[in-house]
Design a protein around this ligand. Structure first.
Ligand code: UT7
Length: 325
């Protein structure tokens, strides 16, 4: 059986910036609170007419170029999002059309902020069984379009971004191990409503919009620390490796305090992780590929290095994988 390896990465960050001074001008907050409680200084915001498929295309094109393949070579497109342009068609089909991946099957899925890692794991299944050769994974969200800018507890957290990876069948080592899971008993902890007319849920939202994100911040934080550390530890154990073998851990960037507590539980120090939270905030599933792309393109990790990707998200979900570059 072939191995599945990431051979190309891409990302896209929208131009417009909301810094903490701007957040101070729209809600009762301040730079000191946001920095101390979250680590966020700035977040990037999509233009009014810029949607998930638009930013996904940009990240995908960079990843395909980086991989040195043609769009026609892609067999499958997996797109993780919680802010799709449409209920149907999928964003993945729109992206397929725009990038010219005419031979691909394309579909969206929702594992919230764990989505990119789950995509790597799904692609690994299709590739190692010999079903597909090249899989494009995209994580793209415009969370700011579902943000309640009257709710200071959530609006300071979110930004928009897209990240993408091309995975291919190869004899070289690629995905070494993984761990993933869900705890649906926490499904009420972070919500955004579609058709459901749930008056209790709608009343929680200051702006009264159904699709706005509402979150029980402390409950999510408690889940996140344990889920990320334990999932990463289990993936490493399955690989027969320890953190000494790992060049970099790329965690989901929801809150600096979550990452800090999770790495303490893993028993590693901050020099083994990459942090982008200060620049981009929480951009959902794209946090991990955006940070990973930055680590690769700036030379922080090199070919042969082993890396852990680990995330958690609404659902509640978590996922980790150990890969070799
Ligand atoms: O991608 C996954 C999804 N999201 C997450 O992972 C986020 C998980 N949760 C968190 O990151 C944190 O829970 C938050 C950053 C959302 C909140 O931090 P916290 O330490 O849990 O604060 P808290 O909710 O306990 O609130 C503490 C105080 C409250 O005031 P009182 O009741 O003590 O007077 C809040 O009203 O801070 C207040 N507060 C704020 N103050 C200034 C909440 N938001 C703000 C704000 N500025 N933006």
């Amino acid at each position: 059986m072939a191995n599945a390896k990431i051979i190309g990465l891409g990302s896209y960050i929208p131009e417009k910036v909301y810094d903490n001074a701007y957040m101070e001008s729209i809600v009762d907050t301040n730079d000191e609170w946001i920095t101390r409680r979250t680590g966020i200084k700035e977040r990037h915001v999509s233009a009014d007419d810029e949607y998930t498929t638009d930013i996904a295309v940009k990240a995908a094109e960079e990843a395909i170029k980086d991989a040195g393949i043609s769009p026609e070579d892609i067999d499958l497109i997996l797109l993780a999002t919680v802010t799709p342009d449409y209920f149907t068609p999928s964003c993945a089909c729109v992206v397929q059309d725009k990038i010219g991946a005419v031979n691909a099957m394309a579909m969206d899925y929702n594992a919230a902020c764990s989505g990119f890692v789950v995509g790597v794991i799904m692609a690994d299944q299709f590739i190692t069984t010999g079903t597909y050769k090249n899989v494009l994974i995209i994580a793209a969200d415009v969370l700011t379009k579902a943000t309640d800018y009257k709710d200071r507890a959530t609006c300071v957290l979110f930004g928009d971004a897209a990240g993408a990876a091309v995975m291919t069948a190869t004899d070289e080592p690629g995905v070494i191990s993984f761990d993933m899971g869900s705890d649906g008993s926490g499904h009420n902890a972070l919500t955004s409503l579609a058709f459901r007319n749930d008056s209790e849920e709608i009343e929680k939202r200051i702006d009264g919009r159904k699709e706005t994100i509402w979150m029980a911040g402390q409950a999510v934080m408690k889940f996140a620390v344990k889920a990320m550390a334990d999932s990463s530890n289990r993936a490493l154990e399955k690989a027969g490796l320890t953190y000494d073998d790992i060049a970099l851990v790329v965690p989901h960037q929801a809150n600096y305090r979550i990452v800090d507590s999770a790495i303490k539980r893993m028993g590693i120090s901050e020099d083994k992780i990459i942090l982008t939270i200060d620049k981009y905030g929480n951009t959902s599933a794209s946090c991990i590929p955006v940070a990973f792309n930055e680590a690769v393109k700036t030379g922080r990790v090199k070919k042969g290095d082993k890396v852990v990707l680990v995330g958690f998200g609404s659902g509640l979900t978590y996922a980790a994988c150990v890969i070799q570059l």
